[in-house]
Design a protein around this ligand. Structure first.
Ligand SMILES: Nc1ncnc2c1ncn2[C@@H]1O[C@@H]2COP(=O)(O)O[C@H]2[C@H]1O
Ligand SMILES: [Fe+2]
Length: 274
């Protein structure tokens, strides 16, 4: 098996311009909230914020936990809402997703491609889901497909997207739900110094760390946020956000994080988890 390919545009400036949205946690019922935040409303507010921003982007990466209740209706809502941005969107699964119903995304225009090829870069959308468990794992098939994709274009820079954190973010409760076989992942990419970055979701916070020449970048959820560096489950009052990524011809990743400016999505501070 090989990853499904898609040729993507390189802009006039030689860069690939991307946007990341993650962990929308949508429900079939648009009034339902997660720990007191209406996830449909916060996603819509993020989309409005993106529309009000003048930044150029050509593709959207949706990095998992798109649904909280697994329903086809929640995936349909994701697809219909992301279409407001009028750019192709690709998806990968998070621990809360159900892949059987996630196919609904593709029926409504979200693309299933997992290997995006441009002039100077390839972007890989990997599956680290263990259905029913919060932690991540890269299957042997994904590892083989990753190796195959990296070997296919040794001269292109590589950005890898996945849901789970391959390196700890410093919160004990959250790092127990990490990518369990991260060492196998690191063994693979060790042979490919052209891997420039790994973007992920799952940790519901901003995170940027350079490790072994690779940029590890996480993006806030479009709904609730976790407090960074907390040993136990704790929510943050930071607002929902999204990320812009510019991949330059030289292999640099320039990135900008945006959050909603108004403090309008505040979770119930007494929540102990979900
Ligand atoms: N109090 C908690 N302790 C440990 N894990 C939790 C707690 N609450 C939620 N989780 C899980 O941790 C996950 C982290 O982000 P997710 O959105 O994947 O969904 C969360 C839940 O599956
Ligand atoms: Fe999540």
């Amino acid at each position: 098996m090989a990853l499904t390919k898609l040729n993507i545009t390189t802009a006039e400036d030689g860069c690939v311009h991307l946007l990341q949205v993650t962990d929308t946690h949508l429900f079939a019922d648009e009034q339902t909230g997660l720990l007191g935040v209406n996830t449909n409303a916060s996603f819509q507010a993020v989309l409005n914020d993106i529309k009000n921003d003048n930044i150029r982007f050509d593709y959207i990466l949706a990095t998992g936990d798109l649904s909280q209740d697994h329903s086809k209706a929640s995936y349909q809502r994701f697809a219909e809402n992301i279409a407001q941005l009028q750019r192709p969107c690709v998806w990968l699964p998070g621990n809360h997703d159900m892949q059987a119903n996630m196919q609904t995304l593709e029926q409504h225009g979200v693309l299933g491609a997992k290997q995006l090829i441009s002039e100077h870069w390839q972007v890989l959308m990997l599956d680290t889901q263990v259905e029913g468990s919060p932690h991540g794992m890269m299957s042997q098939q994904q590892i083989d497909e990753l190796k195959q994709a990296l070997s296919e274009y040794p001269d292109k820079h590589v950005l890898i997207a996945m849901h789970h954190q391959a390196i700890p973010v410093g919160s004990k409760w959250l790092d127990q739900h990490n990518l369990k076989n991260a060492s196998q992942f690191f063994e693979v990419i060790a042979d490919f110094p052209n891997v420039r970055g790994v973007v992920f979701g799952h940790v519901h916070q901003n995170y940027e760390f350079q490790f072994d020449g690779v940029a590890f970048i996480a993006t806030p959820s479009t709904c609730i946020q976790f407090l960074p560096l907390s040993a136990n489950f704790a929510l943050d009052h930071q607002q929902p956000g999204w990320r812009y990524l510019q991949l330059t011809p030289e292999g640099r990743i320039a990135t900008r994080l945006r959050r909603l400016s108004e403090r309008s999505f505040l979770p119930d501070p007494k929540s102990k988890g979900y």
